[in-house]
Design a protein. Structure first.
Length: 118
């Protein structure tokens, strides 16, 4: 069962990378301001699926810790790399991105809770 979750995480990672490269090449992040939302949802889902595969057993506190660390770590990376948008709206954008990461991770958690973590 864990192997299926790892393959799903690999597929989602490839999809996320492909979408990101295409979006960067065609300036979708600047043309479509909303494109950041599905990317963070997909990123949270990918992190969640990968964490489910690594954890194996039901460990909600560790899952939440991994998801929070990943989401906050990504936002710190964006800030340090200088790829943030609208300095005046930085905190709103950051909060919105972390919320979308959490929603994506919650989908993975819910599916795992009703399947492998029963």
């Amino acid at each position: 069962m864990r192997l299926r979750w790892l393959f799903a995480a690999l597929f989602l990672s490839g999809l996320l990378l492909g979408l990101h490269v295409y979006a960067e090449t065609h300036a979708w992040y600047w043309i479509y301001r909303w494109f950041d939302i599905p990317m963070h949802l997909l990123g949270g889902l990918t992190m969640g699926v990968f964490s489910v595969a690594l954890l194996g057993k039901f460990r909600p506190f560790l899952f939440i810790t991994l998801m929070a660390g990943g989401a906050i770590g990504w936002e710190v990376f964006e800030y340090v790399s200088g790829i943030t948008y609208h300095e005046s709206k930085y905190w709103f954008d950051t909060t919105h991105d972390i919320l979308n990461d959490c929603i994506g991770a919650s989908v993975a958690y819910t599916v795992a809770r009703f399947s492998v973590w029963r």
